[in-house]
Ligand binder design. Structure first.
Ligand SMILES: NC(=O)c1ccc[n+]([C@@H]2O[C@H](COP(=O)([O-])OP(=O)(O)OC[C@H]3O[C@@H](n4cnc5c(N)ncnc54)[C@H](O)[C@@H]3O)[C@@H](O)[C@H]2O)c1
Length: 251
C-alpha cells in the first residue's frame, strides 16, 4: 500500500510549477488532492480545483471548507502559493512590501488557520511550507522576497512548536532555483535570457536548475506518515547551493 493511500491533501498554488508537481505526486501516491489557486482552470482530474486568493481571508475560508467537503476530511496542507519580488530595499515601495508579505507570509497563515480545526481530526496531520534558499543565503536583488521567506522559515519553526502536542507536524522545503513557469518569466524578462539561465545554473553546485518534481519529492517526504518523527525542519532542495563550497573548475 502506498504511503498516502486514504489521505486527503490540499495544495495552494497547485495550478503551476512546484505546487502542480506536488499535487500530481501526492495523487500518484494515493492521496485525494484539492488544489487552491487564483486560477484553477488548468487543474485536471483526479485533482480537484478550487479558486482561492490567499490574500483574502473569506476566500481562503470558503475554499478550504469546500475542499474539505469534497475530500471528506484533511490530513496534509502544502502551503505553497507565493510570488516573487526583485530589487534592493531602495527599489520597492511600502505598497509592494505589504503586497508580497501578504501573499507569501500572511497567505500561509490564513490557509493554516482555516485548516487547523480539520487537521486536529487527523491522525497523520502535516503541514509543509514552501520556503526558499533566500531564507538562509544572502542573494543580491532579493531584499523583499528574502524577507518574506525568512519569515516563512521562522513561522515554520513557531508553528511546529505550537502544534506538536496536537500531533500536527510542520516543516518546510528550501528550494534553490527551480525550473518552473515563474523562472521562465524571469528569464524572458532578462536582457540576455541564455546568459541569465547559465548564471543561475552555475550558482548551483550541480550545475543545473532544480526540477519541480525534485521539490515535490522533498515535500512528499516531509508530508508522508513515514516521516512521523520529523517536525520543525527545513529541507534544502538546492543542488548543494546552501551547504557546499566548491573550488572553481580549472581550465
Ligand atoms: N521557482 C523557484 O525558483 C523557487 C525557488 C524557491 C522557492 N520557490 C517558491 O515556490 C512556490 C511556488 O513557486 P513556483 O516557482 O512553482 O511558481 P509558479 O508561479 O509557477 O506557481 C505559483 C502558483 O501560485 C498561485 N498564486 C499566486 N498568488 C496566489 C494567491 N494570491 N492566491 C492563490 N494562489 C496564488 C499562482 O496562480 C500559481 O499557480 C512559491 O512559494 C515560491 O516562492 C520557488
Amino acid at each position: 500500500m502506498s504511503d498516502f493511500e486514504g489521505l486527503k491533501a490540499l495544495v495552494t498554488g497547485g495550478a503551476s510549477g512546484i505546487g502542480r508537481a506536488t499535487a500530481e505526486l501526492l495523487a500518484e501516491r494515493g492521496a485525494l488532492v484539492a488544489v487552491l489557486d487564483l486560477d484553477p482552470s488548468t487543474v485536471e482530474k483526479p485533482l480537484l480545483g478550487h479558486r482561492a486568493d490567499v490574500t483574502d481571508d473569506a476566500s481562503v475560508r470558503e475554499a478550504v471548507a469546500a475542499a474539505v467537503a469534497d475530500l471528506g476530511g484533511l490530513d496534509v496542507v502544502i502551503n505553497n502559493a507565493g510570488i516573487g519580488a526583485q530589487g534592493t530595499v531602495e527599489d520597492n515601495d511600502d505598497a509592494e512590501w505589504h503586497r508580497v508579505m501578504d501573499v507569501n507570509v500572511v497567505g500561509m497563515v490564513r490557509v493554516a488557520r482555516a485548516a487547523l480545526p480539520h487537521l486536529r481530526e487527523s491522525s497523520n496531520a502535516a503541514i509543509v511550507n514552501t520556503c526558499s534558499i533566500a531564507a538562509t543565503a544572502g542573494l543580491p536583488q532579493r531584499a523583499l522576497y528574502s524577507a518574506t521567506k525568512g519569515a516563512v522559515y521562522s513561522l515554520t519553526l513557531a508553528m511546529a512548536a505550537d502544534h506538536v502536542r496536537e500531533g500536527i507536524r510542520v516543516n518546510c522545503v528550501n528550494p534553490g532555483t527551480v525550473d518552473t513557469p515563474w523562472v521562465g518569466r524571469l528569464l524572458d524578462a532578462a536582457g540576455d535570457p541564455a546568459a541569465e539561465r547559465a548564471a543561475l545554473e552555475a550558482r548551483q553546485p550541480t550545475g543545473r536548475l532544480v526540477s519541480a518534481t525534485e521539490v515535490a519529492g522533498a515535500i512528499a517526504y516531509l508530508a508522508s506518515p513515514l516521516s512521523g518523527a520529523t517536525t520543525g525542519t527545513a529541507l534544502a532542495v538546492d543542488g548543494g547551493m546552501q551547504g557546499l563550497r566548491l573550488r572553481p573548475v580549472s581550465q
